[in-house]
Design a binder for this molecule. Structure first.
Ligand SMILES: [Zn+2]
Ligand SMILES: [Zn+2]
Ligand SMILES: [Zn+2]
Ligand SMILES: [Zn+2]
Ligand SMILES: [Zn+2]
Ligand SMILES: [Zn+2]
Ligand SMILES: [Zn+2]
Ligand SMILES: [Zn+2]
Length: 354
C-alpha cells in the first residue's frame, strides 16, 4: 500500500470497485477523510514504555503486516519498533498518523475514537461491527474504550458511495440494512447490519465483499484468479473449490481461473478469508503448556494436528486458528488455549472449535 498518498479532502468521490490492486484500496479510501490533529503514537505506550519507532526503508523485507490496519506493507518506508528488534511491531507510515477521532461513516453526528489493540483480550481480538471479521489491529470505538462497538481501521474509512462492477448501472450507497434481511443474498449470503445498497433494485452487497479485489493470487493456481459474480441465468450450478474441495454455490461470488477452469471460495483465499484481519504470530503463556509461550498460527496452510488440551483433531487446510509451541511441536485449539487460561468462562467472541 502506498501510504504516501495525499490526504486531501475528497469526500464527494465515488469509488469504482472492485479495484484492480487490493493494496491500493485503503490508500484510496483514506483520501476521503480529513485528518484531524494528533496521531496514534501515544496509543502505543501500552506496548512499550520505552517506545520508539524507527522509519525503515528496507525494500527486501517480505510478508510484513501493519499492526494497525492488518494490511500488508508492500513498499517502504514503514515504521518498526526501535526498542525491541524481535517484536515485529510494524506500522504503515499513514497508520502512525491515524486521526484520534473520526465521524461514523453512516451516522455523521457520532464521533468514534481510535483505540490500540486490546491487550486485555486474548490475543487482542475484537470483532469489527461493520464486516464482522475478527481483528487484532487498531480500531475506532463508539463509547468507552471497553465498548464492543468497534470498527477495524479499514471499515472505519469505508466510502459512502461506490460504483461496483457487480451492479454497473447504479451507484451503491452505504446503508444501515438491519431491517432488510431479504436483500442479503447478492454476494455471499452472510447477515450483517451494513451494506452497499441500490434502493432501486433491492440489491445489496456487504462492506467487505465490496472490497474484494478484482484479481487475487493463490498458490494452487499460477494465474491471477478473477472475482466472478453470481449470474441469475447461470446453468453451471456448482463447482468444486480447488482448495477445500467443497461445493461452490454459484449464486454467490467466487474466484475463478478461466485458463485452468479452477474455482475457489472467497473464504479460501488467504488475504480475504475469515481470519484475514488477524496478524498471526505473537505469543502468550497458557497454563497447560507452562514451559514455553505459544504462538498464534493460521491453519489454512498447515496440516491437521492433535490438540494437547482436549486431544481432538485441529483441522488443517481450513481457515482456522490454533496455538503452537515450535520447540515441542505442541498444538492446541485456539479455544482450548482460552479455556486453559480462563477455565470455563465463555470467551467474549465466537468459539473456535476447529
Ligand atoms: Zn497500516
Ligand atoms: Zn471491518
Ligand atoms: Zn457478502
Ligand atoms: Zn440498481
Ligand atoms: Zn474452498
Ligand atoms: Zn490458472
Ligand atoms: Zn482442543
Ligand atoms: Zn513448548
Amino acid at each position: 500500500m502506498d501510504c504516501a498518498i495525499s490526504r486531501k479532502k475528497d469526500s464527494g468521490a465515488i469509488f469504482h470497485m472492485p479495484i484492480v490492486s487490493s493494496d491500493m484500496f485503503l490508500g484510496s479510501i483514506l483520501r476521503t477523510i480529513e485528518v484531524k490533529e494528533g496521531n496514534s503514537t501515544k496509543m502505543l505506550e501500552k506496548y512499550h514504555t520505552d517506545l520508539s519507532l524507527v522509519l525503515m526503508d528496507d525494500s527486501t523485507a517480505q510478508d510484513l503486516v501493519c499492526n494497525a490496519c492488518i494490511r500488508p506493507i508492500n513498499s517502504p518506508p514503514y515504521y518498526t519498533c526501535g526498542a525491541h528488534s524481535q517484536c515485529n511491531f510494524l506500522l504503515h507510515k499513514f497508520c502512525v498518523d491515524l486521526p484520534l477521532s473520526i465521524q461514523d461513516f453512516l451516522y455523521t453526528s457520532v464521533t468514534k475514537n481510535l483505540i490500540s489493540p486490546r491487550l486485555d483480550e486474548f490475543f487482542s481480538l475484537f470483532r469489527c461491527c461493520s464486516c464482522k471479521k475478527y481483528c487484532n489491529g487498531f480500531g475506532y470505538v463508539f463509547g468507552g474504550s471497553d465498548s464492543i462497538f468497534v470498527d477495524d481501521v479499514e471499515c472505519s474509512f469505508a466510502p459512502r458511495v461506490i460504483k461496483h462492477d457487480s451492479h454497473k448501472h447504479h451507484p451503491l450507497i452505504l446503508t444501515d440494512t438491519s431491517s432488510g434481511i431479504e436483500s442479503w443474498k447478492s454476494c455471499c449470503g452472510k447477515s450483517c447490519f451494513y451494506g452497499y445498497c441500490c434502493g432501486l433494485c433491492n440489491f445489496t452487497i456487504h462492506i467487505d465483499c465490496a472490497r474484494l479485489p478484482k484479481t487475487v493470487a493463490h498458490k494452487f493456481d499460477k494465474h491471477p484468479l478473477t472475482l466472478t459474480f453470481a449470474s441469475s441465468n447461470s446453468t453451471d450450478i456448482d463447482d468444486i473449490c480447488e482448495f477445500c474441495e467443497e461445493d461452490i454455490d454459484s449464486k454467490y461470488w467466487f474466484y475463478h481461473c478461466a485458463q485452468c477452469d479452477q474455482s475457489f471460495h472467497v473464504k479460501c483465499i488467504p488475504s480475504q478469508g475469515e481470519f484475514s484481519k488477524i496478524k498471526f504470530g505473537g505469543s502468550v503463556k497458557v497454563p497447560c503448556h507452562e514451559d514455553h509461550p505459544l504462538t498464534l498460527a493460521r491453519m489454512m496452510n498447515l496440516g491437521s494436528q492433535r490438540c494437547g488440551y482436549c486431544h481432538e483433531i485441529i483441522k488443517g487446510f481450513k481457515d482456522g486458528m490454533a496455538l503452537h509451541c515450535q520447540d515441542c511441536d505442541f498444538w492446541i485449539h485456539f479455544y482450548c488455549g482460552y479455556r486453559s487460561c480462563h477455565g470455563n468462562i465463555s470467551p467474549p467472541y465466537k468459539v473456535y472449535t476447529l
